[in-house]
Design a binder for this molecule. Structure first.
Ligand SMILES: [Zn+2]
Length: 112
């Protein structure tokens, strides 16, 4: 839920404005504080919901693995190996495109 986090961040920023105005109008302090708190709640709610959703996605990954879905890591790796002449690092198992000559673990692309 990126929207919730963005809304929360905007609210927090607005609350700073209100607290700033509080210098001139005492009532704005309380209002700014309330907006600040609701902004923080929105951000944390957004973070929690995002966390729950990515948890769901992880369990969904197991089902879609066999279908070579590009939304999964395994699906994309299989696509690189099948359609892009990719190679798999013999040392760490990471999949690379053909033009990548060295793995991030330091192993060179095997010849052939
Ligand atoms: Zn490697």
């Amino acid at each position: 839920m990126k929207k919730m986090k963005i809304a929360g961040i905007i609210l927090v920023f607005c609350s700073f404005l209100f607290i700033g105005f509080g210098t001139y109008f005492a009532g704005f302090y309380a209002l700014g504080g309330a907006i600040f708190v609701s902004g923080i709640i929105l951000i944390s709610a957004g973070v929690i919901i995002e966390e729950l959703q990515s948890e769901n996605n992880r369990t969904n990954d197991d089902d879609s693995e066999k279908r070579s879905d590009f939304s999964t890591k395994e699906g994309r790796e299989q696509d690189i190996l099948d359609n892009w002449d990719g190679w798999r690092c013999p040392n760490c198992g990471k999949v690379h495109y053909q033009y990548e000559s060295t793995c991030s673990c330091g192993t060179r692309k095997p010849i052939g």
